[in-house]
Design a protein around this ligand. Structure first.
Ligand code: FES
Ligand code: FES
Length: 137
């Protein structure tokens, strides 16, 4: 299989590898797996609660070169975006940017799913406690 130069670049020099402390209230974590190949992708976003803008992103991917490249690329793309803008990232854009062949399309779907999972995890955490309900210390 021939990988595109962009896949190889992100694979050789992955951007934003690592993670954030999930205990931080401003972090959303998305963990997704591809049943077909068993690859696993963890993507985290750090959100500015005042503006709803994603300020930073990290990933760890146990998977193929295309999955690593897809997650590296989306951590770059989501920075500076609002949560809604991040949700609008489509796997087809990722696949196109990386020139993924048809058998590797599911790797880009994994990245789209990981963003969606991270955003929904953040939103769940950020949901304000209903008024009158005391917070446990
Ligand atoms: Fe399954 Fe790439 S081969 S994520
Ligand atoms: Fe969870 Fe207050 S933050 S109950």
């Amino acid at each position: 299989m021939a990988y595109s130069d962009k896949v190889i670049d992100h694979y050789e020099n992955p951007r934003n590898v690592g993670g954030f402390e999930a205990a931080d209230g401003d972090v959303g974590t998305g963990m997704v797996g591809a049943p077909a190949c068993g690859d696993v992708m963890k993507l985290q976003i750090k959100v500015n609660p005042a503006t709803g803008v994603i300020e930073d992103a990290r990933f760890k991917t146990y998977g193929c070169g295309s999955a690593i490249a897809s997650s590296s690329l989306v951590t770059e793309w989501v920075k500076g975006k609002t949560l809604d803008q991040a949700l609008s990232i489509k796997n087809t854009q990722i696949a196109e940017e990386l020139a993924l062949p048809p058998v590797k399309i599911h790797c880009s779907i994994l990245a789209e799913d990981a963003i969606k999972a991270a955003v929904s995890d953040y939103r769940q955490r950020a949901t304000p406690t209903p008024e009158g309900v005391a917070c446990a210390p």
